[in-house]
Design a protein. Structure first.
Length: 308
């Protein structure tokens, strides 16, 4: 095999392992120059698309925490990422929960917004799309059951489902929440954070490796600055980090995004960064929680019960 052909093969292999797209299709993308060794998974085509995807990833990480099943860390089992958009395959048991967590609602219990501001759900008969009412960003959804439809959340005493009362425009409370996502003070450049988190959402098979041992991982963030994925045992931390790096998670950002390559002291093990925007993958090394009742097996069974 020529060097050129070998590079295409490696590129297609990285693409398939990260997304679940068949190798043959990834090979076609590589032959057409749509993906490369350094970036085997296409980036979102615009800042708005990347920001929308990043916010979805951030919301799901914080909402699901350690309540996943079958290793679907962000509730997703596959992706078809292109420059024009993104399609996500929902985990069949988690699909209703994923939609409910993403739709914006105001929580009067703590006086803040839940979900992704501006996100709306459109479609029917198995063709569902998450859309941003403020622009043209969108994420298409698929489900194993072609007739599947989401079980939409209802208003409660403390939760007001904002998307229901304002289907085509931002509610005032959504507008008030938006500036915090783009605040540059004390954190990474928002555009770089959006690149990193959008890329993470586009690589679900590599993310899901963290939940391989028991079907769940622990996911969270520190405000809007990062995303952390922790797991107790199973996949080696260096292996997960290496796979994400090889997939282009920390490759230079798309054209037009200002970026200065990191210099000086290396970042901590498990930290994958573009400047100050980063994802942390961390293996804790033990399933022992210190309390016999809360074993990994017990958590796994509790999680499965949530979705029955």
């Amino acid at each position: 095999m020529s060097t050129h052909g070998s590079n295409r093969h490696r590129t297609a292999t990285l693409c398939a392992r990260a997304t679940g797209i068949p190798y043959t299709r990834c090979a076609q993308w590589a032959a057409a120059g749509l993906i490369t060794r350094h970036q085997p998974v296409p980036d979102g085509h615009s800042p708005a698309q990347r920001a929308f995807e990043a916010r979805v990833a951030h919301m799901l990480a914080n909402a699901l925490r350690d309540e996943q099943v079958d290793g679907a860390v962000l509730g997703v089992t596959g992706a078809v990422p292109t420059k024009d958009g993104l399609t996500l395959a929902l985990h069949p048991q988690m699909a209703h929960r994923v939609i409910a967590e993403l739709l914006p609602a105001f929580d009067s219990g703590y006086g803040g917004l839940r979900g992704v501001p501006g996100l709306r759900l459109a479609g029917h008969d198995g063709a569902w799309t998450l859309r941003d009412v403020g622009g043209d960003a969108a994420i298409r959804l698929t489900h194993p059951d072609p007739q599947w439809g989401p079980r939409l959340p209802e208003d409660t005493e403390v939760l007001a489902e904002l998307w229901r009362g304002s289907p085509t425009a931002l509610d005032r409370r959504e507008e008030e929440d938006l500036p915090a996502w783009y605040d540059k003070r004390g954190g990474p450049q928002p555009v770089l954070r959006d690149v990193v988190l959008s890329r993470l959402l586009r690589r679900p098979l590599l993310v899901n490796a963290a939940g391989a041992a028991h079907g769940w991982a622990n996911t969270y963030s520190h405000a809007y600055t990062d995303l952390v994925i922790e797991w107790c045992c199973g996949r080696d931390q260096d292996d997960v980090e290496r796979s994400l790096r090889r997939s282009g998670l920390a490759a230079p950002p798309p054209e037009g995004v200002a970026y200065r390559p990191a210099r000086g002291k290396p970042r901590a093990r498990g930290t994958i960064a573009l400047e100050d925007a980063y994802v942390v993958v961390r293996a804790l090394g033990s399933c022992d929680t210190g309390e016999s009742t809360f074993t990994a097996e017990w958590v796994t069974e509790q999680n499965r019960a949530r979705y029955r």
